[in-house]
Design a binder for this molecule. Structure first.
Ligand code: HAM
Length: 432
C-alpha cells in the first residue's frame, strides 16, 4: 500500500480550552453565585458583545499597557473596521451605559456581567488566552460606600462558595492632580537607580512611571520597597475618601492589607484599587482571584462627561482552581435525585410524558432512554449514586402507575401516576 502521509489532527488553540462537563459545573456554580449575591445587593444583569471597536480599549486601558501593547486579539473586517476581542468588561459596560441612556436611570446604576474574555498572554497555571470573569460595576456614584460594597459582594460570593480565608490588598492612586506630583517623585527615585532597571522599566520610566511598581523582574522588584508610597502624596479629598473605604471594611470585618505600592495593569484607575487573594497564598507573585477599583475619569476621557464609578472582576477559573485545591465541590441544585428506569415499548413512550411532567414542576431526573435492559439501567443508577429509582414497566404503563424504589433500603411501592407527581417534591426532601 502506498505510504499515506499522517494527517494533522485539528486541535484547540493554544491557551484556549474546552470546558468539560465536570469543570462546567464548577464554572457555572461560581458565576451563578456571583450573580445571586450581586442581585441581592441590587445589581441588574447586562451582557455586552465579545467584539468591540479597538479604539474603545486603547486609551482607557493605556496604549503602553501590556493588555493593549501585547495581549489584544485585533482583527480588521472586510470593510476595514478595526475590531478587538474584548480583553475586559469595564470599558464596554461604561460604553453601554452611555449608548443606552442609562444616565437617566436612578443613579448609581449597578450592573453584573459575566462571560469570556481574551488576552494573548503566555499560558501558564491560572493564566489563559480565553478565560471567564464575573464583573460588578457601580456607575454614577462617588461615595466610598460603593467601593466597600463592590468588595463586600466579591468577598460574600467567595464565602458562600466555601472560600472563607480571603485577604484584600488595597491602595489608593489618589486623583489626577495627586498623581502628577507622585509620578515626578517616582521618576526621581527610579532615575537614581536606573542602572538596576530592566529594559522594559527603562522605557516605563518615560512612558508610564506607575508601572515601574508592577515589574516582576527581581532587580526592579527589590527597588519597589524603597519607592515613595502614594499615600504620602494624597490630597485632602482622596485621603478622606480612602479613610472612609477602610472604615467601612473595618465595620464589616473584611481583612485587608494596605499595600502602598499596589498598582493595577490598566490605566483607567484612580483612587481606590484592590486585588483579592486567598490568605494562605504562597509564592512570590500568587495569582489574584480578582481585582478592581475606581475609574472616575474613564467616562470623561471617552464620552466627555464625568461619571464616577467603581467595580471589580473575579477570575472565574482561578476561583474554580482554589475550590478544587480546598476539596470544595460545586453543590449543584439540579443534580438529579431520581432515575427513570423504563422497560418495554409502551413504557418508553409513557416515559416521555413522565419526564415532561417532572420538568414542569422543577424536579430534575436522570434517565437513559436508549437503554432497554433493567440491569444496564440499574448499573447507571448505582454509578451515579442516585437514591431513588422510578420504574415504569409494561404493567405500570397499562395501569397508569409507577414503581418507586428507595435504592438505599431496596423498598419499592407502587403509586398511581398522579399521586406520584403530586407527592414527589415533598418526598425528595428526605434525600437532600
Ligand atoms: P484585571 O485585574 O485585569 O481587571 O482582571 C481581573 C481578574 O481576571 C484577575 O485578577 C484574574 O483573576 C482574572 N484574569 C485576568 N487575566 C486572566 C487570564 N489571562 N487568565 C485567567 N484569568 C485572568 C479587570 O479586568 C478589570 N476590568 C476589573 C474591574 C472591573 N475594574 C473595575 N471594574
Amino acid at each position: 500500500m502506498p505510504h499515506q502521509p499522517k494527517k494533522e489532527m485539528p486541535t484547540s488553540v493554544k491557551g484556549m480550552h474546552d470546558v468539560l462537563p465536570e469543570d462546567f459545573t464548577y464554572l457555572e456554580r461560581v458565576i451563578k453565585e456571583a450573580k445571586r449575591v450581586s442581585e441581592f445587593y441590587g445589581c441588574s444583569q447586562i451582557a455586552t458583545p465579545h467584539l468591540e471597536k479597538t479604539e474603545l480599549f486603547v486609551r482607557p486601558l493605556g496604549d503602553t499597557s501590556d493588555v493593549v501593547e501585547k495581549q489584544m486579539y485585533n482583527l480588521r473586517t472586510r470593510g476595514g473596521d478595526r475590531l478587538s476581542l474584548r480583553p475586559e468588561a469595564t470599558v464596554s459596560v461604561m460604553r453601554a451605559y452611555h449608548e443606552n441612556g442609562m444616565q437617566s436611570l436612578p443613579q448609581p446604576v449597578k450592573l453584573f456581567s459575566a462571560g469570556a474574555f481574551f488576552r494573548h498572554e503566555n499560558p501558564q497555571a491560572g493564566r489563559f488566552r480565553e478565560f471567564h470573569q464575573a464583573n460588578i460595576e457601580i456607575i454614577g456614584d462617588d461615595d466610598a460606600i460603593s467601593d466597600a460594597l463592590v468588595i463586600r459582594i466579591f468577598v460574600s460570593t467567595l464565602q458562600s462558595l466555601g472560600l472563607k480565608d480571603i485577604i484584600i490588598n488595597i491602595n489608593t492612586l489618589g486623583d489626577k492632580q495627586d498623581r502628577v506630583v507622585y509620578r515626578k517623585e517616582l521618576v526621581a527615585y527610579y532615575r537614581k537607580h536606573i542602572d538596576m532597571l530592566c529594559k522594559d522599566c527603562k522605557r516605563r520610566i518615560k512612558e508610564n512611571p506607575l508601572r515601574l511598581l508592577d515589574c516582576k523582574v527581581p532587580g526592579c522588584g527589590a527597588l519597589k520597597d524603597g519607592a515613595p508610597p502614594m499615600v504620602d502624596y494624597l490630597g485632602e479629598f482622596s485621603k478622606k475618601h480612602f479613610a472612609e473605604v477602610l472604615e467601612y471594611l473595618d465595620e464589616i470585618s473584611i481583612p485587608y492589607f494596605l499595600d502602598s505600592h499596589l498598582v493595577r495593569g490598566l490605566d483607567y484607575y484612580g483612587r481606590t484599587i484592590f486585588e483579592v487573594f486567598p490568605s494562605d497564598a504562597d509564592g512570590e507573585n500568587p495569582p489574584a482571584l480578582g481585582g478592581g477599583g475606581r475609574y472616575d475619569d474613564l467616562s470623561e476621557m471617552m464620552w466627555g462627561k464625568r461619571v464616577p464609578a467603581v467595580g471589580s472582576a473575579m477570575g472565574v477559573e482561578r476561583v474554580v482552581d482554589l475550590m478544587k485545591k480546598k476539596g470544595l465541590k460545586p453543590r449543584s441544585d439540579t443534580k438529579p435525585k431520581i432515575f427513570l428506569i423504563q422497560l418495554g415499548p409502551a413504557a418508553k413512550k409513557k416515559s416521555l410524558i413522565l419526564l415532561e411532567e417532572l420538568r414542569k414542576i422543577g424536579v430534575p431526573i436522570a434517565q437513559s432512554l436508549s437503554k432497554d435492559s433493567l440491569r444496564s439501567q440499574l448499573n447507571i443508577v448505582h454509578k451515579l449514586g442516585i437514591p431513588v429509582a422510578v420504574i415504569l414497566g409494561q404493567k405500570e404503563a397499562l395501569d397508569g402507575t409507577v414503581g418507586v424504589r428507595n435504592m438505599e433500603t431496596g423498598v419499592q411501592e407502587t403509586l398511581p401516576f398522579e399521586k406520584f407527581i403530586g407527592t414527589i417534591k415533598a418526598r425528595l426532601k428526605e434525600f437532600s
